[in-house]
Design a protein. Structure first.
Length: 456
């Protein structure tokens, strides 16, 4: 057993993955939805007639250099016009359910500091917008009613709070001012957990500032407190740093949080890099837009097939894929996102058995697509169909007798299997040829179920 070499007061709270039911549920999700919504949806990536290529939810920061306006008189006043008359939480939740999402991560407050719930601790909230109603509550209720678990996104960065700062405070005055921010952050987090007791977790972001990183004692204590008031709470590795400033993993390399939260817009190449850790990947549909950007034409927009492939990539390596949506200033999910959700949903309605609760199969990635495993069922989701219609599959001898039955997940048609006569290779694999019917036509990825029999 490896022991910690560096003594730490504020390192990881646990060694290895959580084993409780809540975390087991998290592991079985497969697919999630992210929603970035706030007053940045009003400018939608455009400022004073100019389109900004950076992420639209950052426009307050991107356009600062060129915008002559005083921010408190412009961006920070958008909330006075925030009246999303098209917002329908139930419709969002239905769409998410139809897509096959098992959980949603919703931005309660992004870096701009605007709160979509009526926080008692600031005036910069939805309550003081023309909309007035508690959007977080509407989202939590609607998604829960569809059986979708809710996680609250919370940005540590808060450009609106006077005490917030990025650099570590030095003078007595700076320290005192940052103390007000720490108190405020704690209050808001406790408030969220109190107001929305059904949430399953908190999804932290913007925790990279030196000021925050230096607060190892405070953040360690706060994490413990949050977990105490909300048993079972799931928090990723982005919340805090240890006393040496190490984030995600402490100075002994142990993960700080319940799952690895570093996979943003990218996927791990192999199971080895994950070292057995739980993880999720949050993915944008354009290359890098989270909030609504009116201009979707100037960059590559992922297709539903791209995202289904990323989903398989994730689940085949024991991760969840979370696809981001950025509703517009009126609360409408843009039609292009709606079409993508519908496309994924259509596929999921037929093939979700290969996703929910499915795991890494313990096999190298096949050239045809991805393996996922549930019990004795090995699922092969085919993205690259061989021109000769023969799937030659290497199954280790440790998997018992190998493939006993093969059939299409959709429709159940049995497929011919032949154990090849090429013998056992150096890695102890036996080879099986599974034949796809020549007249089988599809334009979508499809799943072949490989039954490994009881002996597996
Ligand atoms: O700066 C944010 C960004 O706007 C977005 O919210 C993403 C989502 O994971 N997180 C930060 C960048 O890592």
């Amino acid at each position: 057993l490896k022991t910690d070499t560096i003594p730490l007061k504020y390192g990881a709270h646990r060694t290895g993955n959580r084993t409780d039911a809540e975390m087991e549920r998290w592991r079985s999700y497969g697919l999630g939805q992210f929603i970035h919504w706030g007053v940045y949806a009003i400018p939608g990536g455009q400022w004073a007639g100019k389109t900004y290529g950076g992420a639209a939810e950052w426009i307050r920061s991107w356009s600062k250099a060129t915008a002559p306006e005083n921010w408190t008189n412009t961006y920070d006043n958008f909330y006075k016009q925030f009246n999303p008359t098209s917002f329908d939480a139930k419709a969002w939740a239905k769409q998410a359910k139809q897509m096959g999402a098992k959980y949603v991560i919703f931005t309660t407050k992004h870096h701009d500091g605007f709160c979509l719930w009526p926080s008692k601790y600031t005036d910069y909230t939805i309550k003081n917008s023309p909309y007035k109603k508690d959007i977080v509550k509407e989202v939590v209720d609607a998604y829960n009613a569809e059986g979708i678990d809710v996680y609250l996104y919370f940005s540590i960065i808060d450009w609106n709070h006077k005490g917030y700062r990025s650099a570590a405070p030095k003078t007595a005055e700076e320290i005192a001012s940052y103390e007000t921010f720490k108190k405020f952050t704690r209050n808001q987090l406790l408030e969220l957990l109190k107001n929305y007791p059904t949430v399953k977790g908190l999804w932290f972001d913007g925790s990279w500032d030196q000021a925050w990183i230096k607060e190892a004692a405070y953040t360690d204590e706060l994490e413990k407190e949050l977990r105490k008031v909300h048993p079972g709470l799931i928090i990723g590795s982005r919340f805090r740093a240890d006393e040496n400033g190490k984030r995600h993993f402490d100075s002994n390399g142990k993960m700080m949080g319940d799952y690895e939260q570093g996979w943003e817009r990218k996927l791990p190449a192999s199971i080895e890099v994950l070292k057995g850790r739980d993880w999720d990947c949050v993915m944008t549909i354009p290359p890098n837009q989270w909030g609504y950007n009116a201009d979707w034409k100037s960059s590559y927009i992922k297709t539903d097939d791209d995202l289904i492939q990323m989903l398989l990539h994730s689940v085949s390596l024991n991760g969840n894929l979370v696809i981001n949506f950025g509703p517009d200033g009126k609360g409408a999910i843009r039609p292009e996102e709606g079409a993508i959700a519908a496309g994924i949903g259509e596929w999921m309605q037929q093939n979700a058995e290969a996703i929910y609760g499915a795991k890494y199969a313990g096999l190298p990635k096949p050239e045809y697509g991805y393996y996922t495993l549930k019990g004795n069922q090995l699922y092969l989701t085919v993205f690259n169909r061989p021109v000769n219609n023969q799937l030659r599959l290497a199954i280790p001898q440790s998997y018992g007798k190998g493939i006993q039955k093969a059939y299409f997940l959709v429709g159940g048609q049995a497929l011919k299997i032949k154990k090849t006569n090429i013998g056992i290779d150096r890695d102890s694999n036996t080879y099986f040829d599974v034949t796809l019917p020549a007249d089988f036509k599809t334009e979508k990825p499809f799943v072949v179920v490989l039954d490994l029999g009881e002996s597996n």
